[in-house]
Design a protein around this ligand. Structure first.
Ligand SMILES: [Cu+2]
Length: 645
């Protein structure tokens, strides 16, 4: 039956320690790991659980695994000690419920927890100084005020820099069903110590009118009648879907991969391979979105701090939606639940967090032979694995697509409600009016994908390819000659590169040890899509903390502990962590186990049409086989049954 195809995949096998070593932690494992960590020194009440996720075994161990083999499942746990402000990283063995390793870190701030976020909102709403400032703005129903907890970056007041801080942009609803982002309360912010859970001070930059523009988008207010001629469009697969699922393992056409999920990154794809004859040929060992940064360009009081690190400061897995058939996903869907835990270590399940289905994607290939009048046509199909998050005002949908011809694509769809400010408070120099009294400030959305590559195995190199005109005139007498020039990236410090549409620049991840029948080395090419570059000044908060935004493509030598482009703890970080730091190791990246990082973004100058809820904006990139196969690998796709009238 449709839609009933949901599993807490592998729960039972995980409980027996017989699951695959990369299966995400199940609810019971999360709870055990959290509680072992919390109860280790009897100070449970002072601790918050920030993150519990699978501590992934070494690649050799994973590759050596066979079905039925026993696995020592380990969990990585991050705790926050509210009393002394330290962060504790632990690795817990779930085989014997023991602590494998433990280290304390001072001077870092892990991601905010939902518990903190909610407590902060209650605290600020109840604060007498904040309430007085609201009254001055004509707001008396404090329950209708939305108070968000945002990271302060490097903008913390000198006096409080070593505390765990949040600042609180706020909005007000007209009634509980109203869209709060239509009614920003400008110039009023609380600065909160999240460990003490106390308001340190209230920042009030002066009263300005709260915008009255409506942000309602529900059908009761927008009306649906004028689209009554939109008739049903159903997707039917009368014989079911073409993929098979075993626990978290998926097989579809030639593709094999495993699904994972973490609180911080959300969906992770492991061990993506393509079956070529008798061989399952590996392509990517692990793929995920590892950071999102959304900087705003408005310098008005308080707002200059708007710069969210959605993965490092919050965690997008924790923001996953429960998806609904017919709305978020259409067709023959397979859902997967995501098991997570709250900051007390209690497990919670996001039902139907991951959606998998097939899509018809138009033409795959075609040729009409004018001589014979015969046409051969094949239709493209893709497998879609996705999840959708809501983080404050924005919603992001993340898609991984696998195509019949060996192409892998990642796409992000940005939607939801834009952040707003009052026209009176901020003007339109750094924003676009979306209502008579309402402005959406200019901003950018940056994403960084971490692609742990293994094209035909662990020995890969990366070549940058630029097409160029032949400059040697004797070789180019007619002026038409051009060719691609490939340059191998040798060591890490040189391996941070920008797109260049003028030279058609792309990057090849190559296994020089494997050749196709034509002698080409096995390779996948990274094709960049549209992007944007940061406008923040060098040395600014954004550029210090997210230095990875300066370039699109970064290559590092694999290290299982190097997972985040802005570092493990970008919250309040002074800067320099992540990719720039990883590359300082100056490792060779030639014929090595390498990680490819691709960073890209959207410039969002608001359109009035983006209000009150924006139609999706799409952005992404592709990886295409280039010499990986001998010829078009999709020649054998069968023709679709003819249905011509
Ligand atoms: Cu935007």
């Amino acid at each position: 039956m449709r839609g009933s195809n949901t599993v807490s995949a592998g729960d039972e096998r995980a409980a027996q320690g017989r699951g695959h070593p990369l299966d995400p932690l199940a609810g019971d494992e999360l709870r055990r790991a959290a509680h072992i960590a919390l109860s280790r020194d009897g100070r449970q009440s002072e601790l918050r659980v920030v993150d519990v996720s699978l501590y992934e075994p070494d690649k050799d161990e994973v590759r050596a695994w066979h079905p039925g083999a026993r696995v020592d499942r380990q969990a990585s746990v991050v705790l926050l000690d509210r009393e002394d402000g330290s962060t504790i990283e632990l690795v817990i063995s779930l085989r014997d419920d023991s602590i494998v390793s433990e280290r304390g870190l001072d001077g870092v701030q892990p991601a905010m927890t939902f518990g903190e976020y909610d407590e902060c909102e209650q605290l600020v709403r109840a604060d007498p100084g904040f309430q007085e400032a609201l009254r001055q703005r004509g707001v008396t129903e404090f329950d209708l005020v939305t108070v968000e907890a945002w990271g302060l970056g490097t903008h913390a007041d000198e006096r409080f820099r070593d505390r765990r801080l949040a600042w609180t942009p706020c909005w007000v609803r007209d009634d509980p069903d109203d869209n709060p982002y239509a009614h920003p309360i400008d110039g009023l912010f609380a600065i909160v110590d999240l460990n003490a859970m106390e308001v340190l001070y209230i920042e009030d930059h002066g009263v300005s009118p709260i915008p009255r523009t409506s942000g309602r988008y529900q059908p009761e207010t927008t009306g649906l009648a004028s689209r009554a001629d939109l008739r049903p469009l159903e997707i039917e697969q009368t014989e079911g879907a073409s993929f098979t699922v075993d626990g978290w393992g998926v097989a579809w056409q030639r593709w094999r991969f495993r699904i994972g999920f973490t609180a911080r990154e959300g969906l992770v794809l492991h061990q993506i391979s393509y079956r070529d004859g008798e061989r399952d040929r590996p392509i990517i060992y692990r793929a995920s979105f590892a950071e999102i940064v959304v900087p705003y360009g408005d310098p008005s009081p308080g707002s200059y701090r708007k710069c969210a690190f959605d993965i490092g400061e919050y965690g997008i897995g924790l923001c996953a939606n429960s998806l609904e058939l017919g709305c978020d996903c259409l067709g023959e869907i397979r859902y997967f639940n995501a098991d997570l835990c709250d900051d007390r270590g209690e497990p919670l399940t996001v039902k139907n967090a991951i959606c998998m289905h097939e899509e018809d994607f138009g033409l795959l290939w075609k040729h009409y032979d004018a001589g014979t009048g015969h046409a051969e046509t094949r239709r493209m199909r893709r497998l879609v694995v996705s999840f959708i998050i809501t983080i404050g005002n924005y919603d992001y949908a993340f898609y991984w697509y696998l195509y019949l011809d060996g192409t892998i694509e990642a796409e992000v769809k940005a939607t939801g409600v834009m952040l707003t400010q009052g026209l009176a408070a901020s003007g339109t120099d750094y924003g676009v009016a979306v209502g008579p009294d309402l402005v959406a400030p200019h901003h950018q959305h940056f994403f960084c994908a971490r692609l742990d590559m293994e094209v035909d195995g662990a020995h890969n190199s990366v070549y940058e390819v630029n097409a160029a005109a032949e400059e040697d005139e004797s070789e180019n007498p007619y002026g038409n000659a051009f060719r691609p020039v490939a340059t191998r990236l040798e060591r890490e410090p040189e391996a941070h590169r920008r797109i260049d549409p003028f030279s058609g620049r792309y990057w090849m991840v190559v296994n020089d040890r494997v050749r196709n029948s034509l002698g080409h080395p096995a390779a996948y090419k990274l094709l960049p899509g549209p992007t944007t570059f940061p406008f923040a000044r060098e040395g600014s908060d954004l550029m210090r903390r997210a230095a990875f935004l300066t370039d699109n493509v970064w290559v590092t030598h694999h290290d299982r502990h190097e997972r985040f482009p802005a570092g493990d703890y970008p919250n309040q970080h002074p800067g320099g962590a992540g990719l720039p730091e990883y590359q300082r190791a100056d490792r060779s990246i030639v014929d090595e186990d390498i990680v490819l990082w691709y960073s890209f973004g959207v410039l969002h100058i608001a359109r009035p049409e983006d209000w009150p809820v924006m139609p999706v904006d799409r952005i992404g990139f592709m990886l295409k086989p280039a010499g990986f196969f001998d010829r078009n690998p999709a020649l054998d796709v069968p023709p679709a049954p003819h249905r011509c009238a």
